[in-house]
Structures are given as C-alpha cells and as structure tokens.
Design a protein around this ligand. Structure first.
Ligand SMILES: Cc1ncc(COP(=O)(O)O)c(C=O)c1O
Length: 456
C-alpha cells in the first residue's frame, strides 16, 4: 500500500468508528457498563519496545475506549453543564485537525486566524458587546476567566501607576477583589494563579437564587475588581451586573462577568432580558463547548479594553512575526502554540445562524422547564426558579437524595449530578445538549420517578 492509500484507509477507518459511535450514542446507556470500565485496565502496560500497526492501534482504542466512554455527547446527559458537539462542528473539528494549524500568527495561518476573527466579531455582535472588544480563544471558561482577570490586573494597577507586567506583585499597591458568595471555584483559582491569593477575596452577599444583592455592596475604595456571574451553576441565576456596574464603575472598579454558559442567553431574543445591563462590564468569559455545542475544548475571554488584554498576554521575539496589521490570535492568549478553536465556533454559528442558535437555546430552556414541571407534578421539590437551563430537585432528606441520584446514574437512562446548594443536597439537571428532545426528557422523567419510588 502506498503512503497515500495508508493515510486514506486509516482516516476512513477512524471516521467510520467515530460515526458508528455517534449513531449509537443516541440509544446507548449513558453510563458505561462496569465491565467496560474494568476493561480500561487493558490500556495499562509498560511502553512497548516495538511499534504497533496504525490500524491495530486504532482498533484497540475503539475496542476498549468506546464502550467505556460516558454518553456525554448524547441527548440524555444532564450532568455538570455539558454540550454535545453539533455534528457539523465535529466534522469541522476533524477537518481542522487534518490542517493541523498552529494558530499563533496571522502571517503563518491566515485561514484559521481569519476564521477566529470572524467568530469573535459574530459573538461580540450576538452578546451586544462593544465593537472593538478584544478576545482570546482558550481552553475553557477557567482560562477565559483567568485571561480576563489578567487584563483587569494590568489595567487596575496601571490606574495607580504600577506596571504589574514588568514589576510583578511584590511591593505593588493593595487591591480589593470582590466576588459573589456563589462565585464559581474556577474564578477563585484564576485569582490565585494571578498571585492575588485565593483567600484574599471579599465575598458579597447573595439572594435566594445565589445572585449578588446589589443593594448590599460595600463602599469601593482604591483599585478594585468585582467578579460577577451570568448563569449560576446551580440555579442558572444572573447577578444584576448592570446595577453593580452603576454602583462601582464610577469609583474606578473593573467589573468582570463569568458567563460560562449564561452569556449565551444574550443571543436569544426570548432570554436576552436576563443579560440586560451586563454589557456595561469590562470583561466577560464564556464557553463554546457548553451551550454552543462545539467539541472540547473551547472557551473565550472578551475584554472591552483590548490593549489591556494584549499588554497582559503578548510577547515579542526575533523569530516571531509580531509586527503585523492583522490580528495575531496569540497576542491575546496565555499560550503561544494552540489549536485553531475559532474554526469550530465559526462553523457552529455559520451553520445555525442567529435564528438557529436562538432556537437551540430556547429548546434547552423549554426542556429544563418540562423537567421541572414533571418532577414537581410527581411530588418532588424544585429548589430554584427555572429561568434558564438548570433545574435543582430535592427528593427529601440529603441521604435519600444522594441514594436516588446514585441509582439514576447507575441505571443509565440519563445522567444527572449531585450538588449541595444553600444547605440542601440536590440533583442538578442541566439541559445543554443540542439534540435533547421532549421524548428524551419524558423517558428520563419516567426513569427518575420510577427510581425515586423504588428507593427508600
Ligand atoms: C459558571 C461557570 N464558570 C466557569 C466554569 C469553568 O468552565 P470550564 O470547565 O470550561 O473551564 C464553569 C463550568 O461548569 C461554570 O459553570
């Protein structure tokens, strides 16, 4: 076989295996069988001295790996906040992987750098952000939060005459960082990575949906960053970002919004009211691998003051083409070498269009509502206001709730996670997958109600 024939054969074999998996994932049990999980031990071996034929490597991957894959991409995975990768984005991801572009500099990868720029501009438009907002395409909301806060750190210190990029934090003027009581832990991690100290944050009081109470903000003194969120991971609630901006921006504070999934609400006319006012903030983080349903991994940081993001991230070196009239993707990201994530975002938005995106977002919310109504009707307590795609349900006391969730996960009809929220142990249902239908919700409801009735 020639080199070309081998390549074609190998890639076609991989495509066939991938397609088979995706076709079956609709009907497969969401949870892999215990035997399949046990079988992954077969991967564990000393590094072989001799190589293995490529087709055999792929066959082993499929034979052992596929049965042990959790049905995260299927329509009945409701754990965490997990999107399911639209088929066209899986396809574009495969194509872009074949291109294997290192999406660092426009001059070297003009196609992917342009696609990233177009995807960025489309999202800026969808979210109603200022047209000259800068953006970084990164692994996910964790690093998007980190990147946006690095820009905040740059600008807030510059405001008091300190060049934090050059001089670091030793001897820097003090700074205040305010977060909501229910801030996502990855924001705290970003604060730690930036050298501020995870414990030095001031936590702001929240209301019954976990949202910052804008009437109880402390007085802002000196350089300050306020971290808000659009889409509480438990309730789906939105901090009143507009009110917070009104209260703190006149005193020079930087307001950041963690909108890992919630920011997408701005792209649906039916949900956009939830995002009213957040456009006044200074930076925003979101994920495309959650509600936009592109393959892992893909998050985006947006920063109103694009030069602040660039000042925090860009580098120069004699061997890099950093002087260009075009946008260099890596001027805005923590990494230098990176895959071309913008391709998947561009593909999803081009394929869905404004109306298709809004319809997908609305459908997830209707499905969440259907879950909440069905569970309430069956006599279980819904703990949150279901205004988005998140549902919190209690089955009674904490240990019974946990036993029921474990049984639901083992049953395999659907997968839902556990959380402890405002003192209650609850099951979290997050409807984020493009392919979930009313039927999927009904089948899942039936299983949940049956399992709950069988569990003491
Ligand atoms: C509100 C919020 N912020 C940040 C994150 C972290 O996102 P990622 O895991 O994509 O880094 C999540 C993940 O669920 C989230 O829900």
């Amino acid at each position: 076989m020639s080199h070309d024939e081998t390549l074609r054969h190998l890639l076609e074999d991989a495509a066939k295996r991938g397609i088979d998996y995706r076709e079956q994932s609709v009907s497969l049990s969401v949870a892999p069988s215990p035997e399949a999980v046990e079988n992954v031990q077969r991967f564990i071996e000393p590094l072989p001295n001799d190589g293995t034929a490529d087709l055999d490597v792929l066959a082993q991957l499929d034979e052992i790996g596929t049965p042990a894959a959790v049905g995260m991409t299927g329509p009945r995975f409701f754990g965490f906040v997990i999107g399911g990768s639209l088929p066209v984005t899986l396809a574009s991801n495969w194509l872009a992987a074949a291109w294997d572009q290192n999406d660092v500099m426009y001059e070297v990868t003009p196609a992917t750098a342009t696609l990233e720029q177009v995807a960025m501009e489309w999202m800026i438009d969808l979210f109603g952000l200022p047209a000259d907002t800068g953006a970084a395409f990164v692994t996910g909301a964790t690093i998007a939060n980190f990147s946006a806060l690095a820009a905040a750190r740059n600008r807030v210190y510059a405001g008091v005459g300190w060049n934090v990029e050059a001089d670091g934090l030793i001897g820097a003027p003090p700074i205040s960082i305010l977060v909501g009581e229910e801030v996502h832990p990855t924001v705290i991690k970003g604060i730690g990575l930036l050298g501020f100290g995870r414990n030095r944050v001031q936590r702001l009081a929240v209301d019954g949906q976990g949202c910052i109470d804008a009437t109880r903000l402390p007085r802002i003194e000196g350089p300050t960053i306020v971290c808000t969120q659009a889409g509480n991971l438990n309730t789906g609630g939105f901090d009143p970002v507009g009110d917070i901006c009104d209260a703190v921006k006149a005193r020079g504070a930087w307001v950041h919004v963690d909108g890992a999934f919630g920011l997408w609400a701005a792209a649906s006319p039916d949900l956009a009211h939830l995002c009213n006012g957040l456009q006044a903030a200074d930076s925003w983080a979101t994920d495309a691998h959650k509600w936009l349903n592109v393959p892992y991994d893909c998050g985006i940081a947006f920063v109103r003051d694009a030069p602040a993001l660039k000042a925090a991230m860009s580098i120069t070196a004699d061997y890099l083409i950093t002087e260009t009239r075009n946008r260099n993707p890596s001027d805005y990201t923590p990494e230098l070498s990176r895959r071309a994530r913008g391709v998947d975002v561009w593909t999803a938005l081009k394929s869905l269009g404004r109306s298709g995106l809004a319809e997908m977002l609305n459908r997830c919310c209707s499905n969440a509502r259907r879950f909440a109504d069905g569970l309430a009707k069956a006599g279980f307590e819904i703990l949150n206001d279901v205004n988005l795609n998140q549902v919190l349900v209690s089955f009674g006391d904490d240990s019974r709730t946990r036993r029921i969730i474990e049984a639901i996960q083992a049953d395999g009809t659907c997968w839902c996670g556990v959380t402890v929220w405002q003192g209650h142990t609850a099951m979290r249902i997050s409807v984020s997958n493009w392919s979930t239908t009313f039927d999927d919700v009904d089948v899942s409801l039936e299983a949940i109600v049956r399992i709950a009735s069988e569990t003491q």
